[in-house]
Design a protein. Structure first.
Length: 127
């Protein structure tokens, strides 16, 4: 699973360029279904992480993450996606298959402003 992070989120979690993965091969189906964009924003003066699926534009908001959450960002993202899918009524077997296909979470820099604009719209609607 590829998480394309904005500079704001990368700065917050303290990951350097040498530790980032390559975003190649996640632009087309079916790999784009396991690729997400992530941004660090303020909603009503509270910090939040917004995740958005690259293919479906499905948004997930992690509201008020604690400082220690940033040290385990990959687990936090995995749990947030699992919980959102559960809340949508997706069967446990389907969620497990999704994460088996997705593989380990890797982080990279966000590539395009197109996704950032979509996340800005989500942030505006959440505020």
């Amino acid at each position: 699973m590829l998480i394309q992070c904005t500079k704001a989120l990368l700065d917050r979690i303290g990951i350097k360029g040498s530790e980032l993965a390559s975003p190649e091969d996640h632009e087309q189906l079916p790999d784009s279904l396991v690729a997400w964009h992530a941004n660090f924003v303020s909603i009503n003066r509270r910090k939040a992480i917004i995740l958005m699926n690259n293919e479906t534009r499905y948004p997930i908001v992690i509201y008020r993450p604690s400082i220690k959450d940033f040290s385990k960002i990959k687990e936090l993202i995995r749990e947030a996606i699992m919980e959102a899918l559960r809340m949508e009524g997706v069967r446990k077997e389907v969620i497990e298959a999704y994460f088996a296909k997705a593989g380990e979470i890797s982080l990279c820099e966000s590539l395009g402003k197109h996704y950032y604009i979509n996340m800005s719209v989500i942030n505006t609607q959440a505020a």
